[in-house]
Design a binder for this molecule. Structure first.
Ligand code: C2E
Ligand code: CA
Ligand code: CA
Ligand code: CA
Length: 275
């Protein structure tokens, strides 16, 4: 097909404009999503090294708009970050997850770590340490049962302030994990400096580890690295029994993924735990 450069350009420009319009319209909807109670959390269980015991759960944000239906986090989280809305939303997530963890404990289920995703923006704006303290105090959740997942990219900037905030969070007694490990920055020296407890191997490496020898090598290296630093490793995105077995052979500590269970709404998750 012979392409007409000018038409392509116009087409491209129109798409950019549409895209920008869509973002603006979505952002205005997101601004009222909290008040309108359109946000909720799903929970995905995390299993121990034998794949039989639930030792944690990750809280994952969901947005259901009355007309648009479910909007993917991949679409609205970046908007929430750019606009700063992630600060109040993130505070809501922390409170909600802590309250849900307490509700689960009250049903007699043995306590486990409830993990929440944090955006880098929450470290720059607002008072994250205070927000975490309040969420713990209001809910009554003991700090060792709260996990915070941070991405590697966060550790690039503003090291001094970040270091201070992370040690304050650590002092509270919460668990800290590096999310999507392996996808970001390659200078690993930060692992020594920051008081993290756990690495989460990104699902992109787990996905192909059965067939791709590079991914297999990477997963192996991450697990060895973590263990040599005294850190635990969670594999995310585990979808098959073979992946689980390979990871178990490599002494991976925890598993999370569709092979075990998909993220579920709170009420469904409680039933799942009781089953
Ligand atoms: P993430 O933290 O890496 O979360 C894991 C994502 O993988 C989730 O997507 C989860 O539903 C999905 N997943 C879990 N198991 C499997 C599996 O076996 N196979 C596959 N293909 N996927 C699996 P989700 O819920 O769409 O969330 C996407 C991202 O949005 C999260 O990635 C996280 O970065 C962000 N996010 C979600 N909730 C929050 C939140 O409350 N705050 C912030 N700041 N970010 C959030
Ligand atoms: Ca995560
Ligand atoms: Ca991930
Ligand atoms: Ca991610």
């Amino acid at each position: 097909v012979k392409s007409d450069g000018r038409n392509n350009y116009q087409f491209f420009e129109k798409n950019m404009q549409e895209e920008a319009q869509e973002r603006i319209s979505l952002l205005s909807k997101l601004r009222v999503a909290l008040e309108n109670q359109e946000l909720s959390l799903n929970y995905q269980p995390q299993y121990d090294s034998t794949g039989t015991q639930i030792i944690g759960a990750e809280a994952l944000l969901r947005w259901e708009h009355p007309e648009l239906g479910f909007v993917s986090p991949a679409r609205f989280i970046p908007l929430a970050e750019d606009s700063g809305l992630i600060v109040p939303i993130g505070e809501w997530v922390l409170n909600q997850a802590c309250q849900q963890a307490i509700k689960i404990q009250q049903t007699g289920i043995p306590p486990f770590v409830m993990s929440v995703n944090l955006s880098a923006v929450q470290f720059r704006k607002g008072d994250l340490v205070e927000t975490v303290k309040k969420a713990l105090a209001t809910s009554g959740l003991e700090p060792q049962y709260l996990g915070l997942e941070l991405t590697e990219s966060l550790l690039l900037k503003d090291q001094k302030r970040l270091l201070q905030m992370l040690s304050q969070l650590k002092e509270l007694g919460v668990q800290l994990s590096i999310d999507d490990f392996g996808t970001g920055y390659s200078n690993l020296s930060y692992l020594k400096r920051f008081a993290v407890d756990k690495l989460k191997i990104d699902q992109s490496f787990v996905r192909d580890m059965e067939n791709d020898t590079d991914d297999y090598a990477l997963v192996t290296t991450v697990i060895q690295l973590a263990h040599s630093l005294g850190l635990e490793v969670t594999a995310e995105g585990v979808e098959t029994q073979q992946q689980m077995q390979m990871l178990a052979e490599l002494k991976c500590d925890e598993f999370q993924g569709y092979y075990f269970a998909k993220p579920m709404p709170a009420d469904e998750f409680v039933l799942y735990l009781q089953a």
